[in-house]
Design a protein. Structure first.
Length: 461
């Protein structure tokens, strides 16, 4: 049994200059293992390892490397090697790389491609940035309905090596119009003399080249496919999109939403690669907006200044009141935005969402209200009798009712705001948790002092 070489073995061979041995050792690694190895090494070692890989393996590894390492290799490896790799790359992965490179470098690299690959690349780059067309590859197996299963298998043996995936075969007519897709499993189990038409049911799912990538994610999720065909408005098969590209887009979308939920603009690069000034620009705008929003809290407190002077004890519970409402709103916002991104409900279900939040918000508010009131009762009766004065029962009622109202309002605001933004054609993720919390802070104070005015009138107020 051959022992799997370790990363320490690789490092040792590089330090000793044993590059011939290193070349042989690298052949025992899978592409995914080499990607992990390269990402752990320093830049000099990365270049040495990558130069020693055979073309096919180097291409597989290059496709899965991070964008930063890909750029590093483009800048430091011999142009001939990178040209060979770019020509060997699948068109969709090559397009994804070129999207993030400077225009001058893109033009230069495109000129180094072979004529067929250059044509495909220019076609894919011609689609809008976030369209399905940018993700598709023309490397697929298309067959005819009058072929026998044996003819199909022979065709796959001759041309299958150039296909992105062999899990699904696509049946087209003489004009290239997609008329069905058939899983390879069905072909392998069928009688060799059967016609393709006998295996067809003419039911298939497809994407449009100009369709938004986010819509494609949902189509993949609903249909549980590893690849989907891409057609134009006339139904002509242009290419296919595979699940690995969809997973990459899903990760980018989730990352963008999470960053927005945190109260900042989405980063264009990984965190450690984003310049500090760019980071400040991305975060400063929202912080200024939130600061201005919090200034409204000061205005609200100023409005109730007389009440605070007459009943200073009310000020003790302001942090508790506004934090409870903000937390409830943040919870609801996060749950609703995630549910919307997964397609768990549509905008037409807004009343169902509101009804659920009315019930859950009321129950959560009641729980927090009881806890807040018990805290006052415990303090007044056991820990420090007389601390809240003779009207402590009314203060407990004020805090309890206020928490009920504020948590209910926070839950409703946090749930409805993302749906409202979606209805207006805006990104729901911009209804970030800090934004909702700021909104609920201001309204929470109004609810709190309004309840206090009603309950404590004629006593403290």
């Amino acid at each position: 049994m051959i022992q799997q070489p370790t990363a320490e073995t690789i490092t040792s061979l590089i330090q000793e200059g044993e590059f011939f041995k290193l070349k042989e050792v690298l052949k025992h690694f899978e592409p995914a293992e080499l990607v992990a190895l390269l990402e752990e090494e320093e830049e000099r070692e990365q270049l040495i390892i990558f130069r020693l890989l055979p073309l096919r393996l180097a291409t597989e590894v290059f496709e899965y490397l991070s964008l930063d390492i890909q750029k590093h290799f483009l800048a430091n490896l011999a142009q001939e090697k990178m040209t060979d790799i770019l020509n060997e790359m699948s068109p969709d992965d090559r397009t994804a790389l070129l999207e993030f490179l400077p225009d001058e470098l893109v033009r230069e690299l495109i000129q180094t491609l072979s004529e067929p690959e250059r044509k495909v690349t220019l076609e894919l780059l011609g689609y809008p940035e976030y369209s399905v067309g940018r993700l598709m590859t023309p490397d697929y197996i298309a067959i005819r309905e009058n072929w026998t299963v044996q003819q199909v298998l022979d065709y796959i043996r001759r041309h299958g090596g150039q296909s992105e995936t062999l899990s699904v075969l696509y049946v087209t007519d003489s004009r290239g119009v997609l008329i069905d897709d058939i899983r390879i499993r069905e072909m392998l189990l069928a009688d060799p003399q059967k016609r393709v038409s006998e295996l067809m049911d003419r039911r298939f799912v497809s994407l449009k080249a100009m369709q938004d990538q986010e819509e494609a994610i949902e189509v993949f999720r609903r249909n549980d496919r590893v690849a989907l065909p891409v057609v134009n408005n006339e139904g002509v098969l242009f290419g296919i999109v595979t699940i690995d590209d969809i997973l990459d887009i899903r990760e980018e979308e989730d990352t963008e939403d999470i960053q927005k939920l945190g109260g900042s603009e989405a980063l264009d690069e990984p965190y450690l690669d984003t310049p500090v000034l760019d980071m400040v620009k991305k975060r400063a705008g929202w912080l200024v907006i939130l600061l201005i929003g919090e200034m409204l809290t000061t205005s609200a407190m100023h409005h109730f200044e007389d009440d605070l002077q007459r009943a200073a004890v009310l000020g003790l519970f302001i942090p508790l009141i506004i934090s409870a409402g903000g937390n409830a709103g943040s919870q609801a916002t996060s749950l609703i935005i995630r549910a919307m991104s997964l397609g768990e409900f549509s905008l037409s279900d807004w009343w169902l969402v509101m009804r659920r939040e009315l019930v859950s918000g009321a129950l959560l508010g009641a729980i927090l209200g009881v806890v807040g009131s018990l805290r006052i009762v415990l303090w007044a009766k056991v820990i420090d009798p007389g601390y809240f004065g003779p009207f402590w029962p009314l203060i407990a009622v004020t805090v309890g009712i206020s928490l009920l109202g504020i948590v209910l309002w926070g839950a409703l605001s946090g749930a409805m705001l993302p749906m409202l933004l979606k209805r207006l054609g805006l990104d729901p993720a911009t209804a970030s948790a800090p934004f909702v919390a700021t909104l609920v802070d201001v309204t929470g104070l109004i609810i709190y002092f309004s309840v206090a005015t009603l309950v404590l009138r004629g006593t403290l107020l």
